[in-house]
Design a protein around this ligand. Structure first.
Ligand code: FE2
Ligand code: FE2
Length: 315
């Protein structure tokens, strides 16, 4: 049991802006909450490779293919950093992967939507990576040291992702009427799911208060969502595209955009596993894991051989 003294000392460290490191004492609930957040984040990076990986072979030019390939590889790297960072909290990578593959772990619901056209690569980079950056810039200041440090490098790569997506949108929006239509259609389909990426409303988010107190998060879901809308609307204006929200309006008094209500029924439905691609994503991850078995076995066999060599040399 955590004693009150321990909890008070811990809170004092947080309030002083100190980082918590893996070997430091921490409340069990802090550890659990971080494992949940960091593993969801790692899984999102890995599953997030699927909808875009789907378009690598169909990119319209060599330049686009190279950029998309680099981006998808970056996401694999993000997943691996984050699994390593989560392991410092005393959970093994095997356990984390198992939770993803058997469907008990969550990952960002945005990746349960299909990518139907090339313009979706633009919309995903622009909106999905754009939303991810807002969340992740905040996390560079999170109280857990290994998570904060992983985020610094990840954020640099995310801004490249966002720009490569925006550039695709810009080219399409200034292209033929059919291309502009394709860009608008992608925006129509990805706008609302992107707003959902920030999670439930603050009043429906039971962990928010404690996460803010422990400085795991420094802004609430609704604050981050507002920041995303404020940042993205002017970008849509430059593209000459229309955000599919009739209630979207600048509010002079608040100094922010007002926007319409998210379809929360759809949100919870996708979270619960009933989105358009939930099944397919899990099937694909399971197949990738099974197909990679020989690589893991070969790596273990190689390591054993090297270890045996070292033993026979020292004998
Ligand atoms: Fe990423
Ligand atoms: Fe990204």
């Amino acid at each position: 049991m955590d004693t009150q003294q321990q909890l008070d000392d811990f809170q004092r460290r947080i309030d002083n802006g100190e980082k918590i490191e893996p070997k430091d004492w921490m409340p069990e609930r802090y550890r659990k909450q971080l494992i949940r957040i960091m593993s969801q984040h790692a899984h999102s990076e890995i599953v997030g490779m699927l909808p875009e990986g789907n378009w690598i072979t169909r990119a319209p030019s060599l330049r686009r293919k190279v950029a998309l390939l680099a981006k998808v590889q970056d996401e694999a790297g993000h997943g691996l950093y984050l699994y390593s960072a989560a392991e410092t909290l005393g959970i093994s990578r095997d356990e984390l992967v198992e939770q993803l593959l058997d469907g008990t772990a969550k990952y960002s619901s945005i990746f349960n939507y299909p990518t139907l056209t090339w313009a979706d690569m633009g919309a995903v980079g622009w909106l999905v990576d754009g939303a991810a950056i807002i969340n992740q810039v905040m996390l560079t200041k999170t109280s857990y040291g290994p998570y904060a440090r992983a985020m610094v490098r990840i954020c640099k790569e995310e801004s490249f992702h966002q720009r490569q997506g925006y550039e695709i949108m810009l080219a399409l929006a200034n292209g033929t009427e059919a291309q502009k239509q394709m860009a608008q259609d992608a925006l129509n389909r990805f706008w609302w799911p992107s707003l959902m990426m920030f999670g439930p409303r603050d009043e429906d988010s039971p962990n928010t208060e404690q996460s803010m107190k422990w400085k795991i998060k420094k802004k609430t879901n609704d604050e981050l969502r507002q920041q995303f809308v404020d940042q993205t609307v002017p970008q849509a204006d430059i593209l000459g595209l229309t955000i599919p929200d009739p209630d979207l309006k600048w509010n002079e008094e608040r100094g922010h955009y007002d926007f319409g209500e998210i379809d929360w029924e759809e949100f919870w439905n996708v979270v619960k596993g009933n989105g358009p691609c939930n099944l397919k994503r899990l099937e694909d991850r399971n197949a990738a894991w099974d197909n990679g078995a020989w690589v893991r076995e070969a790596a273990v066999a190689h390591a054993e051989k090297q270890a045996a060599k070292r033993v026979s040399k020292s004998a």
